[in-house]
Write a new protein. Structure first.
Length: 221
């Protein structure tokens, strides 16, 4: 048996082993059946800090389930992530991103809350901008205002959970006929990704680069 043949056979055997098979990504859904508190003030909040000079934003990408806690709002148990904004100074930009995946895309919504956990501004999933492989949202806050936002609340957007992100792409193939001619056959491919109440999430804060900060302005100008 040649060396090449042996290597091919070993690769075929290894590919059949349970531990060697590729595991497709699947979003981890938070468990809302246990340890559910009755109000937002009871939820353990996480500090939101600026991205460090040598820190990669991708390092903050994680499963929503890792930061989610269960709270009962209006009689419904919901997974939420609550971030404290007291470490932010003056004008800041909060960059929120959710990964687009066949294994589940987080249909997120965001809210800025005051010190009494009352909403200041709400951002439904429709405010997220769809890019190549993710949805993103830029939230601008000014902590120097008399009544600044104190918390950022992330939770599933119930109006989009259960829907699909659909992409239609075209594929074509060229064929050569025996007589030297050519023809092309095209097809359309529908790619559907489920929108869930969970998925990969990235939340990063930056200092706003505009000297005169205005809410709604474009970042990094």
């Amino acid at each position: 048996m040649s060396r090449l043949t042996s290597m091919v056979l070993l690769a075929m055997v290894a590919s059949g082993l349970p531990g060697c098979a590729h595991q497709a990504y699947k979003a981890t859904v938070p468990d809302t059946r246990l340890h559910c508190v009755g109000s937002l003030p009871e939820v353990t909040s996480r500090p939101l800090n600026y991205l460090a000079p040598r820190e990669d934003a991708e390092d903050r990408r994680l499963e929503f389930a890792e930061v989610a806690a269960c709270v009962t709002l209006s009689g419904t148990a919901l997974p939420v992530a609550l971030y404290r904004l007291d470490a932010l100074e003056g004008a800041s930009e909060i960059d929120i991103r959710v990964s687009l995946s066949e294994g589940g895309t987080f249909a997120a919504s965001a809210e800025l809350l005051d010190a009494g956990f009352q909403p200041i501004k709400q951002y439904p999933f429709t405010d997220f901008v769809r890019r190549t492989n993710e949805y993103s949202l830029s939230v601008f806050v000014d902590r120097s205002r008399p009544t600044p936002p104190v918390y950022l609340l992330l939770r599933p957007d119930a109006s989009h959970v259960g829907k699909q992100d659909t992409t239609i792409t075209s594929q074509s193939s060229a064929f050569i006929t025996p007589g030297g001619g050519a023809y092309r056959v095209g097809t359309e491919v529908n790619r559907m990704r489920p929108l869930l109440g969970a998925g990969k999430l990235q939340v990063v804060a930056y200092r706003a680069r505009r000297a005169a900060f205005e809410e709604g302005a474009k970042p990094h100008e």
